[in-house]
Every structure is written in C-alpha cells, then in structure tokens.
Ligand binder design. Structure first.
Ligand code: ADP
Ligand code: MG
Length: 230
C-alpha cells in the first residue's frame, strides 16, 4: 500500500531528427493517497507524460520518482509489473476495452495469469456491480453506451484493488452529464477505498471539484492549489 508518491527533478524529453522536445521540465511534486488531484492545462503541456511517469508506464530522462521513499524503476521488469499490478489502476479517454470480450471478461483481464487471494470471477462481478453494471456481464462493448463502457474500464482498473487510480481524460469522450456521473463514481471510490486519484481533464468545472488542482503549461507546473484554500 503506497501512501505517497514523490517526484524530484523529474524530466522527460524526446529526441527526434535533430530536435529535442522537453515534454516535462524539472518537476517536484508529492501526491498523497486518499487525495483527488486534477491536472489541467492546454494540449501538449505534459499532462499525459506526467501521468505515465507516475504510473511507471514510462521512464524519466532525469530525476526520480519514489513510492514511499522507494525507487521502483531500477528494479527488474517483472518486479515493476508486480508493483503496477498491486498499486496502480489506469483509466484512459478511449476506454481501451477489448471488443470481442464481454464486460465481465474485460474486467477480468488484469487478473489473467495472476495469483490472487480471492475468487477472480466473484471479484469481477462485484466491481461490475460497484460501477452500476451488475446486469451487463455478458454485454459486448459495442452494446454499451460510452458512459457504460467507461464504467467497465473503471471496473477493470479497480478489480485488482490498486491504491492509486490514474485517469487520463476519463470524461473526454463523454457528454457533460455522463462525465459528471463518471467523476462522481471516481469520488465514491476515493471515499470508500481511500485510493489516491490523479486525473487529467480539460473540464475546469470537474477539476474544481478535486481536492487539489495542478495546472501545467509548456511542460511545467505553473500552479498547484489545494481545494478551496485561496
Ligand atoms: P498533454 O497530455 O498535456 O496533451 P503530452 O504529455 O502528451 O501532453 O505531451 C507533451 C509534449 O511531449 C508534446 O509536445 C508532445 O508532442 C511531446 N510528446 C509526447 N509523447 C511523445 C513521444 N512519444 N515522442 C515525441 N514527443 C512526444
Ligand atoms: Mg494528454
């Protein structure tokens, strides 16, 4: 159970044909489990880069990330994968559901080839119910609305009981009302499971509901505000 993620001098750059893009400039940030943090900022400002780094999906060019003081990326690949399985759930704008699998099967995919101390099928049914889709076990993604597909994706992200949920524009493909309901669901998971949530959004009204708002521009954090504190 990781309770704190700390970034120190974290940087990410990409080298292309003679040019270098700095996607994330030297960044120091700390995230606490149990908090909901929104990351906002224009397209190309480094939001997805930061989120991928936080989730160990990408490696920094400079600086480091520690999880309760421990560096993970220097470990063996299988240990990094174990860490990700235990600690982190990802949600994406495009849902990324497998089209030929049912809702229930999609939710179970993270558990394939994993040893867990609970019944996988029961657990998958439980989380589908938790996201309000208890009657959609056998539906294919194509038979579900956008909002329902994102709920399946959220169920898949929490099926392995991670302590952190990282969401990259989770409401970006949904209308405002559906987006708000998805946010309410994330908020409920945060309250009930005490998981830390870091989500990227374009929607400033949604961001305003978070405990903390980080604003990025040109690869840098330009403001970092806690809740209603002025
Ligand atoms: P955001 O999510 O805020 O829209 P990104 O983190 O995706 O921004 O991208 C930040 C910058 O890094 C952009 O200029 C983008 O073009 C660049 N970038 C992101 N990923 C790559 C990559 N794999 N190769 C080269 N440049 C990249
Ligand atoms: Mg992005």
């Amino acid at each position: 159970m990781i309770t704190q993620i700390t970034c120190k001098g974290l940087e990410k750059s990409y080298k292309g044909d003679g040019t270098k893009t700095i996607a994330l400039k030297s960044t120091d940030l700390t995230f606490q489990k149990g908090e909901i943090t929104a990351i906002i900022g224009p397209s190309g400002s480094g939001k997805s880069t930061l989120l991928s780094l936080l989730g160990t999906l990408d490696t920094p060019s400079k600086g480091q990330i520690t999880y309760d003081g421990e560096e993970i990326l220097s470990k063996r690949k299988s240990l990094i994968a174990d860490f990700r399985f235990q600690e982190i759930g990802f949600i994406f704008q495009q849902f990324h559901l497998l089209p030929t699998l049912t809702a229930l099967e999609n939710v179970m995919t993270p558990l394939f080839s994993r040893k867990v101390p609970y019944n996988k099928l029961h657990r998958a049914k439980e989380v589908l119910e938790q996201v309000g889709l208890g009657d959609k076990d056998d539906s294919l993604p194509s038979q579900l609305s956008g909002g329902q597909q994102q709920r399946v994706a959220i169920a898949r992200a929490i099926v392995h009981k991670p302590s952190w949920l990282l969401a990259d524009e989770p409401t970006g493909n949904l209308d405002t009302e559906t987006g708000e309901r998805i946010y309410d669901l994330l908020k409920e998971l945060n309250a009930k499971e005490n998981c830390g949530i870091v989500f990227v959004t374009h929607d400033s009204a949604l961001a305003a509901k978070a405990d903390r708002i980080i604003t990025m521009k040109d690869g840098a954090v330009i403001s970092d505000l806690m809740g209603s504190t002025p």
